[in-house]
Structures are given as structure tokens and as C-alpha cells.
Design a protein around this ligand. Structure first.
Ligand code: SF4
Ligand code: SF4
Length: 184
């Protein structure tokens, strides 16, 4: 027997298309991302706080921008291995997750996970900052609308906060929320 029909809503899907062939490794995207998300806004630049990382292989002119994705409480059992133009890249090199097995995509002071938020702001930007700053046109912003079923958003937020607190402790989570809510 099917349950009650779920409400539908329109969701905006944003994505950034990366053209690896155009990226020259200038790291402008890392710099502007960290500046945009600093508090007060633009008060500091520190690529270690950026939600994008450029994986570099300067000898063969290969640069791959990788966006910070979801936090995961446990590292995965499988590993990917990439070989590009004959060079083998270390396991996990292009993974987007903030994960216990490595240091990338973590706030350097608190260790809390970093995730690309597409530069959400009020008023909203026409394009995310990294796209605007990429003079090589390696990053292209796209968005579309799609219909989805209503999500249990409150439960999802609770579960996410609980997972963070299990890993970092409630006081660190509270400190980070306080800091972030002060805003620019
Ligand atoms: S700003 Fe553009 S060209 Fe520079 S590293 Fe980032 S993606 Fe590559
Ligand atoms: S879209 Fe915004 S938050 Fe995401 S990596 Fe680019 S500058 Fe950072």
C-alpha cells in the first residue's frame, strides 16, 4: 500500500563545471574563497581555509580544482587510484569529502569540516566568487530548477549536528556556530 502523497517543491541545483585543460594552477580560486568566507568578510586570505583545493602536478602542467563536499564521520574502505598522463595520483587525491583520514577541507583552528556552499549570501551573488575570479575561464557556473519531494529537513540538521558533536564535542560545534553566525 502506498503512503500519503509527499508534497513537491522546486529546488535550485547549482554546479560548477571544471575545465581541467584551462586551469593554470594560479590558485586565485583558493584565495578568494578563503577571503569571502573570512570573518569579517575579506579580512584575511588563507588557502587552508578555502573550500576548493587545486591539486597540482606542475611538471606536467596538470592542475585539478576540487570542491569541498560532504563531511563523513568514517573513512571509506575503498580507495580510488588515478593515472593522468602517466602520473599516478595518491589515493584520495580528488575526493571531495571532509574525512577523518586526511587534513584537507578542515578549518585549521577548530578542525571542523569545510564544505563549498556556492558562496551563499544575501543578496545572492550572480556567480560564486571562485568562478568570478578564475581569469582562465576554467570554472563555469550553471544552475537549473527541478521538482523534488519535501525533505525531513529538521531531522537531517539534527542528525548532521549530532555526527559533528560525536566527533568534535558539542563545545567546539557551538563555538563554530557562534563564530559563523556573527557573519561579516
Ligand atoms: S582560479 Fe581558475 S585557473 Fe586559477 S587555479 Fe583556480 S580554477 Fe585554476
Ligand atoms: S563556490 Fe564559493 S564556497 Fe564554493 S569553492 Fe567557490 S568560492 Fe568557495
Amino acid at each position: 500500500m502506498s503512503g500519503p502523497a509527499k508534497k513537491k517543491r522546486t529546488r535550485v541545483i547549482k554546479r560548477i563545471v571544471i575545465d581541467v585543460d584551462k586551469c593554470n594552477g594560479c590558485r586565485g580560486c583558493e584565495v578568494i574563497c578563503s577571503a569571502f568566507h573570512s570573518h569579517p568578510q575579506y579580512s584575511s586570505t588563507n588557502p587552508a581555509r578555502a573550500r576548493i583545493r587545486v591539486i597540482r602536478e606542475p611538471l606536467s602542467d596538470i592542475y585539478v580544482p576540487v570542491y569541498a563536499g560532504e563531511y563523513t564521520a568514517a573513512e571509506c574502505a575503498g580507495r580510488d587510484k588515478y593515472r593522468i598522463d602517466g602520473k599516478e595520483y595518491e589515493e584520495c587525491a580528488f575526493c571531495r569529502a571532509s574525512c577523518p583520514s586526511r587534513d584537507v577541507f578542515k578549518e585549521p583552528d577548530s578542525g571542523l569540516p569545510l564544505k563549498c556552499d556556492m558562496c551563499e549570501s544575501d543578496p545572492s551573488l550572480e556567480e560564486p566568487m571562485c568562478v568570478q575570479w578564475c581569469l582562465a575561464d576554467a570554472l563555469t557556473f550553471e544552475q537549473r530548477e527541478e521538482e523534488v519531494e519535501e525533505e525531513e529537513t529538521v531531522e537531517e540538521v539534527d542528525a548532521g549536528l549530532e555526527a559533528l558533536a560525536n566527533k568534535h564535542g558539542w563545545s567546539k560545534v557551538r563555538d563554530a556556530i557562534d563564530r559563523m553566525s556573527k557573519g561579516p
